[in-house]
Design a protein around this ligand. Sequence first.
Ligand code: SF4
Ligand code: SF4
Length: 355
Amino acid sequence: MNDLSSIALLVTYQCNIECKHCGLSCSPREKEWMTMDEMKDIAVQASDLGVISIVLTGGEPTLIKHEELCNYFRFIKDKTSISNIRIVTNGHWAKSYEKAYSVLKEWKDAGLDELNVSCGEFHQEFVPIENIGHAYKAGCDLGFITVLLAGEFTKSKRENKLTPYDFEKILGCRIMQHHEVSPFITKKYAMTCNNAVSYGRGYKYIKLEDIPLTKYDNLPNTCKDTISTLSLHPDGNATICCGVGARDVPFLSIGNWREEKLQKISVRANDDLFANLIKFYGLRALKEKLMKTHPEFGLTHKLNYTGLCELCFEIFSNEKALNYLNTSGLELEEELISQKIMYLSTIYSSKYVYQ
Ligand code: SF4
Ligand code: SF4
């Protein structure tokens, strides 16, 4: 069974700004891009695989010329069966409400369904907060699913920087956690409130003690995005999840989309032991198992995390654990299979109940 439902196209690592926390270390100096022909080919391949959602992100995808972007949205709607197109942007273009409305109206007419605007504390150093208000209001007025990605706020709120809670008061949007925002989201006006990340450029600039941490016991066990979302990067890398941190963490890599068809990569992701452990067995379960059965790996109990990705990096950056999983990981297979069956039966029974 192919579980792939969403493709994230990181069309470039180039960005007009250079946020301190950026998980992919994007900047104006990055040069690598997907070509428009490549982006069209991926959309067709993805559609043939039954993918329902395509996300344009980066870097900053709106650095693509406006007309070309509109043509791409039209191409997806006309030539593929992908039903949801989302763009993730920092909102630099929304200089006034009128400007935001006219840009978004053309994107909407061309086929865009969902607008995500990144506007966390570190974005606010570069993009005026007024732009976020313009993009949000125009997005809502035009009936887009509009999501403000207002995460990565630190404990020492920097002067004049707005937190997700300020956005909630000012714009009246509901705070949602990162994991609630899925390709199937139907709510119109939402906002995520995920914490600062501790990979990419953030490692250099953000002090751990400045990040609001989550208790280990409150972390989810599994990462549902894995396998169902593949991220395709401008350097050819394909990764098993949303791909943030992928430039630093090789274990997320599952192939090269320039050298292979998406179908082959997707089959490999479906069968990949690490991806299956992350999605079905669970990261907390895996860490606890490894600590119990192999104390010599040196994994120790830690009370707080910046998020689930940190736990993921902790396990898969441990060389001894990685060697063990690469050579003897199938010892976990029996437990993994029963977890997978349980997960799939929950999905099918909930589909049955809610249909
Ligand atoms: S976080 Fe987003 S807006 Fe900021 S530099 Fe990275 S890609 Fe650009
Ligand atoms: S938990 Fe792991 S698999 Fe999931 S998004 Fe984070 S890094 Fe990717």
